[in-house]
Design a protein. Structure first.
Length: 388
């Protein structure tokens, strides 16, 4: 069994091919959901494309001979005639799956929200099979925290696409009662909660004075992370962010008033970014450096399964590189932009090689000049043969 992001698939693809020749291989994770047919082509027996908890349990019943593979929910597999088949998608209740292991001593951040109500075109979360928004109950969070404390895990972090949207009843409006109850519950069990910082970053709409008063009183984090992505409103509109640059700057000032440091995500090379957008983003980043702000910088990656998955990535613009050289010594920027720049082209070529579940891979013609060498390498290593 494997759980794969795209970088991990690139690292383990040859191993997966070799192992699948000897054993039935099951693969899940974001790369699997975005390009399930590609993994079936290289030998996977089944690919999990929805909530994995229920799929794994019923796959075990299949391997024990109790049910046919067609009865296993949330997977894709290849029929005897070679056609790809997606089974029924079933949505789980998070409270039925605590998400940690006493036996293996694995105590990850507690997932309190799965799925996202927004439709940002560069992000995988809203476009995958499990995009329906669900929340873990406060009562079960408390039970999980008790177990973490018994295992000397006092710092409690959460997994949520939008940390301050926990139990939100209306798009763009925080549920302050639920946020306070969540943090109070963790504190009452002896935990030290972190909310609104990695891996439970937030959006500007959910940052309000009341939320900040609650977080300042009960949470342990002094940083709050906001996804801005671009300093140009036209780009934000094109990628469907549903907020403006000005809204984020306003919320940064509010965070400073309450004693929080803002961590602002910026993505270089987003679709729709032109020279004017680059200049606007540079001006904004210079402004933010004058405030109590940390910039977290990224390169755009055309992630599988998103509306931008076939968008050709760009090298980091020289003006962005000049900015990084000036700012890096001030200790106000962080991120993996160089690694992501390289990964962006490899990811694009993976998608462009095999963009749809056709009988054989039919690559994007425009990508041949960029990806031809990589396609030859992948054919030699893992047998993905394109129809050119």
């Amino acid at each position: 069994m494997y759980s794969l992001s795209t970088p991990v698939f690139l690292e383990l693809s040859r191993e997966i091919v070799q192992v699948s020749r000897r054993y039935p291989v099951v693969i899940g994770g974001p790369h699997a959901e975005g390009l399930y047919w590609q993994l079936l082509r290289v030998g996977a027996y089944a690919v999990v494309i929805g909530d994995g908890e229920i799929a794994v349990i019923e796959l075990l019943d299949h391997f024990r001979g109790i049910i046919d593979i067609s009865q296993v929910p949330n997977i894709a597999y290849r029929e005897d005639n070679g056609k790809f088949h997606v089974t029924k998608i079933r949505i789980i209740d998070l409270d039925n799956y605590p998400g940690y292991s006493k036996l293996a001593k694995i105590f990850p951040p507690i997932e309190i929200m799965r799925g996202c109500p927004y439709k940002c075109r560069f992000c995988q979360v809203p476009w995958l099979y499990k995009a329906t928004v669900r929340y873990r109950s406060i009562e079960q969070v408390g039970e999980i925290v008790e177990e973490y404390i018994r295992n000397r895990k006092r710092r409690i972090r959460f997994v949520a696409p939008i940390g301050f949207a926990y139990m939100s009843r209306k798009l763009g409006e925080p549920n302050t009662e639920a946020i306070e109850s969540l943090l109070v519950e963790v504190r009452s069990k002896g935990g030290e909660p972190y909310l609104g910082t990695f891996p439970s970053e937030t959006r500007p709409e959910y940052i309000t004075p009341e939320v900040l008063r609650i977080v300042k009183k009960y949470a342990a984090n002094k940083r709050i992370a906001i996804g801005l992505q671009s300093g140009d409103n036209r780009v934000l509109n094109y990628i469907d962010r549903e907020h403006s640059v000005e809204e984020v700057v306003e919320k940064i000032d509010l965070l400073n008033q309450y004693g929080f440091q803002a961590v602002i995500d910026i993505i270089f090379g987003l679709p729709g970014e032109d020279e004017e957008a680059i200049q606007n983003t540079l001006k904004l980043m210079e402004l933010l450096l004058s405030k109590n702000v940390k910039l977290r910088l990224h390169s755009f990656i055309p992630l599988p399964g998103t509306p931008f998955s076939k968008h050709v990535p760009k090298p980091i613009h020289p003006l962005y590189r000049e900015f990084i050289k000036r700012a890096i010594g001030k200790g106000k920027i962080e991120g993996y932009w160089d690694y992501q720049e390289k990964l962006a082209f490899e990811t694009y070529c993976l998608v462009a090689l095999d963009p749809a579940p056709t009988p054989t891979p039919i690559p994007l013609r425009d990508a041949l000049s960029i990806c031809g060498d990589k396609w030859t390498k992948w054919y030699n290593e893992i047998g993905l043969k394109p129809k050119i």
